[in-house]
Design a protein around this ligand. Structure first.
Ligand code: FAD
Length: 451
């Protein structure tokens, strides 16, 4: 029997913390979880879930417009944003209730306070209560980072986007990462006029360049104006709640009704007592962990966005589960494999990737890399004479043309990619794709028909 009152303390009830708490409890561990805010963390409250809801609303709007183009008698769609938010938040409230019930059923003690680590086995929470455990898990996630420029407080960050009750008429979005891309597409589809201000020369700089170029073209067709190599020096209030951006060459831009700063996220590692407990963080504040999610202190572990792992919900969940299988489930080698993680950006259209980009593959596999690609118009877009095009790209390596990367831009790719991610993880070759019968007529069939 442990000398501590709990086997595990989980700090943070987001994607990773909840998954870890459930898994530990299922192995018989006594678990306490500290979470001062709503259960579900970023993903449920200010990330994946409300974002996807807004993306679905945007999709419906675009579909309704296409329906009108092919003969349906429909007026231009307008969204009662407030009503949609009621549906969105009802869905989210259902997730909160489900988590609460599951935590109760699992016997996890819920502590609705912020926690601070006091030593290798204990934390103190906001009301002064102290808890101790054999193991501690830091799962405190991250938060939007405002750029360090004058006037940054005049802009919203992604958390604030979910408090909007209407589409602002003209919106400036600063950033070129996935949050900037996703919010641009959503707002444009729901009636805003969006301009995107990107510091670098392209969108989504770690993604396959051909796809992001094609995405920028799709954005252009949709009316989103992208400004590349644009360094915002400062933000200025102007007139009636409007803002203007000053570029680093001194030019003051046009007025916008709203500004969203999507300039990255920082880990929630401050104020946690990490330094005093001996937990090492890196220069950006991420908790340093090894491949088993162990920190520099043997009893303290960390998962999810507070570490430098890919900031994705399934990654945080998998890390939490594997860690608990190792600590309490008798599986000493359990750990997450961070290779070949499939991911989607919910742009309009969405894009997905798994494995290496062409540049990464060439750096790793040299001359043996072969590339296949196909451009096409999805059938509904062709019928509606919409300019949107899809681009699928396959990266293969070696004599057997093993598939080492798949990059998809186009309608439906968010749902298509998952199955191919399994296949790629199993080590399929181009020949396996060639030998697979197509499902006709679909966009997905293009993947097995590439020549
Ligand atoms: C706009 C947006 C869209 C996204 N879309 C997607 C998507 O489509 N797909 C995807 O996979 N990922 C998406 N993500 C990323 C995803 O939300 C995160 O990767 C995921 O939530 C990380 O989980 P986590 O458990 O590490 O942290 P979080 O979910 O952020 O949870 C951390 C929790 O810790 C709590 N906490 C912080 N400090 C303390 C403390 N001292 N004591 C106690 N509790 C504390 C916080 O209140 C929070 O609830 C998105 C993120 C954003 C911002």
């Amino acid at each position: 029997m442990s000398k501590h009152e709990y086997d595990l303390i989980v700090i943070g009830g987001g994607s990773g913390g909840l998954a870890a708490a459930f898994r530990a409890a299922s192995h018989g561990a006594r678990v306490a979880m500290m979470e001062p805010a709503e259960l579900g963390g970023t993903c449920v409250n200010a990330g994946c879930v409300p974002k996807k809801a807004m993306w679905l609303a945007a999709e419906l709007s675009q579909r309704a417009q296409m329906a009108a183009r092919v003969g349906f008698d429909l007026p231009p769609p307008t969204l009662d944003w407030r009503e949609f938010v009621v549906h969105r938040q009802r869905y989210i409230a259902g997730i909160h209730a489900s988590y609460r019930n599951r935590l109760d059923a699992a016997g996890v003690v819920q502590v609705p306070y912020r926690a601070r680590i006091v030593d290798a086995h204990s934390v103190i929470v906001d009301d002064g209560t102290r808890f101790s455990a054999e193991h501690m898990l830091i799962a405190t996630g991250g938060r939007p980072r405002r750029p360090d420029i004058a006037g940054a407080e005049l802009g919203m960050v992604s958390d604030d986007f979910f408090n909007l009750c209407a589409a602002p008429a003209r919106v400036a979005i600063v950033g070129g990462g996935y949050v900037a891309v996703e919010l641009s597409g959503i707002l444009q589809a729901l009636g805003s006029r969006v301009e995107l201000f990107v510091r670098g020369p392209r969108l989504l700089d770690s993604w396959e360049v051909e796809l992001t170029t094609a995405l920028a073209e799709n954005f252009r067709q949709d009316g989103i104006d992208s400004h590349f190599d644009f360094n915002v020096e400062s933000v200025h209030a102007d007139g009636d709640n409007q803002v203007r951006l000053r570029r680093d060459d001194g030019q003051l831009g046009e007025r916008f009704d709203a500004l969203i700063l999507a300039t990255g996220r920082s880990p929630n590692s401050e104020g946690l007592g990490l330094a005093a407990a001996g937990v090492v963080t890196d220069g950006k504040g991420f908790v340093v962990v090894d491949e088993f999610q162990d920190t520099s202190v043997a009893s303290i572990h960390a998962i999810g966005d507070v570490t430098a792992a890919p900031a994705l919900t399934p990654v945080a969940i998998a890390a939490g589960r594997k860690l608990m299988d190792r600590l309490f489930g008798g599986q000493p080698g359990a750990r997450v494999e961070y290779e070949d993680i499939a991911t989607v950006v919910f742009a309009h259209p969405p894009l997905g990737r798994v494995g290496l980009t062409e540049a990464e593959a060439r750096a790793r596999h040299g001359e043996s890399v072969t590339i296949y690609r196909t451009h096409f118009r999805p059938m509904l877009h062709a019928l509606a004479d919409s300019p949107q095009r899809s681009l699928f790209k396959l990266i293969c390596a070696g004599d057997d043309e093993r598939v080492v990367g798949m990059h998809l831009l186009g309608e439906g790719t968010d749902e298509i990619l998952q199955g191919f991610a399994v296949a790629i993880k199993r080590g399929i070759s181009k020949r396996d794709l060639d030998d697979t019968m197509a499902i006709h007529p679909t966009s997905a069939e293009e993947i097995v028909l590439m020549r």
